[in-house]
Design a protein around this ligand. Sequence first.
Ligand SMILES: CC(C)(COP(=O)(O)OP(=O)(O)OC[C@H]1O[C@@H](n2cnc3c(N)ncnc32)[C@H](O)[C@@H]1OP(=O)(O)O)[C@@H](O)C(=O)NCCC(=O)NCCS
Length: 178
Amino acid sequence: MIFGSPEQVRVRDAELSDAAAVLKMLNELDQETRFMMLEPGERALDVARFAGWLADLRLREDCYLVAVRAGEVLGFTHAERGLYRRNRHSANVVMGLLPQARGQGLGTKFLREIDLWAKRFSVTRLELTVMAHNTAAIRLYAKHGYAAEGVRRASLIVDGEPVDELVMAKILGTSNES
Ligand SMILES: CC(C)(COP(=O)(O)OP(=O)(O)OC[C@H]1O[C@@H](n2cnc3c(N)ncnc32)[C@H](O)[C@@H]1OP(=O)(O)O)[C@@H](O)C(=O)NCCC(=O)NCCS
């Protein structure tokens, strides 16, 4: 799954050799945005361990994509299926882009690629949680057929304040597929 010419941002599967660059990007995202789960400094930055986790993810045929320009990882998306027969059809989606990579259609590209991965592996439900005030992300997901299913009230504490999360999901194989 590769898009674009070398000078453009490319979206592709993460390789084990990307582990250090991906961790660097995740660490930057943790510092820059309060819309992701981890606070600055909370992430384990052990490259070998992260590469091992990526290898396990590959074995399970789950999805981890990166957006890369000139060797720099600018963002990621990750879709991880349930582990059991009864929830193997359902995957949890997470994504994040560094500020310089936003507003250029990469979030859209990520979601399209996740749809393709889902079809390939018979995943029929894609779900996520998003902070209820994260308007940009909610618009992106809604535009791609994710519908709000409910609110997880005060499910996070951000900067000492309770924050609600919206649960959103997309069911594949129906007419609202995009
Ligand atoms: C949310 C995020 C992934 C969006 O990715 P993106 O590549 O900037 O989105 P796109 O360029 O593909 O935009 C697609 C749509 O999303 C919505 N959107 C994107 N940025 C927006 C913004 N700043 N304000 C309002 N809507 C926005 C719009 O509906 C847009 O469609 P349009 O361009 O036709 O108006 C990105 O902003 C990001 O990584 N933010 C920080 C981390 C984060 O919030 N992650 C999600 C956690 S659940």
